[in-house]
Design a protein around this ligand. Sequence first.
Ligand SMILES: *Cc1c(COP(=O)(O)O)cnc(C)c1O
Length: 550
Amino acid sequence: MTAAYQTIVEELRQSFPQPVSDRVHDAYFVFSFLRALDQVDALKSLTPLLGKPETLDYAAARESRVDQDPRTLEAVTKDLVEHLSGMFIFGHPRAQINVVPAPTIVSIIGGMLPSIYNPNLVSDESSRKVALAEVEVIAMASNLLGYDAAEAGGVFTFGGTGTTLYGVKLGLEKACPDSFRLGVREPAYILCSERAHYAALSVAGWLGIGTDQVIQIPTTAENELRPCLLESHLRQILHDGGKIAAIIATMGTTDAFGLDDLQAIREIRDRLVDEFALDYVPHIHADAVIGWAWGVFNDYDLHANPLGFRHRTVRALAGTKRRIQHLALADSIGIDFHKTGFTPYVSSLVLIKNAHDLKLISRSQETTPYLFQSGQYHPGKYTLETTRSGGGPMAALANLRLFGKDGLRSLLGHLVEMAEVLREQLEGHAATTVLNGGNFGPVTLFRVYPEGVDTFSIPQRERTDPSYRDRLLEYNAYNRRIFELIQQDALQGHGVVISLTDCYRETDYGEPIVALKSYILSPFSQEKYVAAVLESIWDARAKIAAEQKK
Ligand SMILES: *Cc1c(COP(=O)(O)O)cnc(C)c1O
């Protein structure tokens, strides 16, 4: 007699990939996946959505319970596929929403293979050659961005925020030695620009530095940290006996693609180390999770331009290269392959210029007696995480191999070209104005104004003149309404889905400036979809004008 549980186990065994080659079962495995893909494919249409817009029923979700009986793989797959309904297709040419890429097929495979076999990057004992993938990517990225690959180190971690966490933690240990053991016992500061990602605040909170100790330095109109203000804050802190846990340079801000002047930051840091005779060197972390990819242009000859980019594109690429080529001046660099590297989530790498820095955060052998008994690569000695998936490095490796420098150059060049086309058109109309014209990435922030507004002077006045407060707020509301109408249009499959940022930056008198945002990241983007953005804008303006006449 077989017990009930034995029957269940026997059935459930079919739900696992077979440990010993079994062609018939392999076919079942692959076919199950294929059918899932088929079901997802059936959700596609001309709109940049899978399925249809869905209202999210959280009340029903909270009623979910674990069943008594197992379900079939087919039933579960169907349930999973349904969870994708209503998702944006970020790789759709009618989607210009945010810095979310479409992953390539090889990077999906790179992410999936480890999910079948669970290599654990904690150590090469458990991840074998997948550990080498991490080492390979660290070497490739180091070389790409100008670090000496023989000296550099790094680790894949849980997102861009994780990369900043590692950078700041290293800096904290340099500034306040032995904090790892003793805790943070003196005031330590993080300095970054006011346009830096809020990850800086998360990190300050989680590391015990405290968010009050994050100093956000004002930026220029180009969304770059003002070096002279950084210097005065640093001086003040050092003068008062405070410690500098880290200076974060943002190399590609989230909304506007602003790029801090690392050269100036580094020069100030070095000068103050001498002047104050510091016994540590304040750590500079470059948050380049977005901008890193432009490192492929470091050794591209923009003058000869062998890939044949248009003039305007070349100028935009030069505008970025000008800052990105200095990335190696930072002590650590955050990279998101899952942003501008076209991999699935999560694939984030923190590069460390001098791998010896990792000693500052290494645990001793006594605390991990059950690990690291053999092998030679044990990142688990210094990572915050214990289990780390091989998916991140394998996906990154996949794309670096797939693209090569020219592939990534061409893709980024194309995206920047499309953004430049959009800008050219927005600049050509009296009713629209580009807000981040001095930033040369794939993202364009702009505002739309009603008939009769003088866009030659208004945007500037809105930003600087307190007597324009009311009009600023009125036009903020106007742009929100434009956004809603464009969104409606796009979900019908006509226009393009863009996004809105509530605070592109603050005016000089402290009000938020609302901006429309086009983030072009789809390899399928084309000029006709750029034109569609403009058409949607005109339609939306006309609708609002008609509403107001009523
Ligand atoms: C997205 C972003 C982050 C956070 O990265 P995640 O991968 O989302 O955790 C940090 N800094 C900048 C500049 C970003 O754009």
